[in-house]
Design a protein around this ligand. Structure first.
Ligand code: CA
Length: 229
């Protein structure tokens, strides 16, 4: 069974989430504090997705996310945000989360988000076309899902890797935000298009020479993005 870490200090919300994950066939692991969550992740390296509440006693969910990403780019991370924290969504995603769900959320919505990320983080279990895509200073290894720029390894999350793969499969072609969302997150994904923009912004910081003047991932106004040189 696929393990999902649930970090939430409010026990009523936590049990609601846990019951619904269990019903969908997952094995939830519960944490009440950020510190506990980090410990549990260390003990369970096979956790597929971590659900992180933001407001917590002790270190907050963003800090937990930052610490996870410092060593682990593989696990999927979904932030659980309250309405009042909507302004912080972008901040949260910039710390390395893949997605966010706004409270209150329905069981169906949460499960759909988890399913989408689990699929994304599990793709390496299925053999993909092996080999390399080499474009400009970039070398994408599709067997071990790594990216190098001028021979330097760039650490990517699974979502960022999937976006890079889509770009490098379509050099010079304008890709709509909807296309990117459908390909990377899946067609049954409930999320907002904004998630594409935030992930692209984070990707630019990692791969562009100067992320404020992007030259590899350019914006196609009112449509989407284009990969090229
Ligand atoms: Ca809380």
């Amino acid at each position: 069974m696929k393990k999902i870490l649930v970090l939430e200090d409010e026990s009523s919300i936590r049990s609601f989430v846990v019951i619904n994950l269990r019903r969908s066939g997952y094995e939830p692991i519960e944490a009440e504090t950020g510190e506990q969550a980090l410990e549990l992740l260390e003990q369970n390296p096979d956790v597929k997705v971590a659900l992180l509440d933001v407001m917590l006693p002790g270190i907050d969910g963003y800090e937990v996310c930052r610490r996870i990403r410092a060593t682990d780019s593989r696990v999927g991370i979904i932030m659980l945000t309250a309405k009042a924290q909507e302004m912080d969504k972008v901040t949260g995603l910039m710390t390395g989360a893949d997605d966010y769900v706004t409270k209150p959320f329905s069981p169906a919505e949460l499960t759909a988000r988890v399913d989408a990320l689990v699929r994304r983080t599990s793709v390496d279990e299925a053999p993909e076309d092996d080999g390399e895509i080499h474009q400009g200073p970039f070398r994408l290894n599709t067997r071990n899902r790594t990216l190098e720029k001028n021979g330097q390894r760039i650490k990517l999350t699974q979502i960022e890797y999937a976006i890079m793969k889509m770009f490098m499969d379509n050099p010079g072609r304008a890709l709509s935000r909807e296309d990117i969302l459908n390909t990377v997150w899946g067609r049954d994904y409930f999320g907002e298009l904004k998630i594409v923009d935030v992930n692209i912004r984070r990707l630019r910081i990692k791969i562009e020479d100067n992320s404020t003047i992007p030259t590899y991932i350019t914006t196609v106004w009112g449509y989407g993005y284009k990969w090229g040189f």
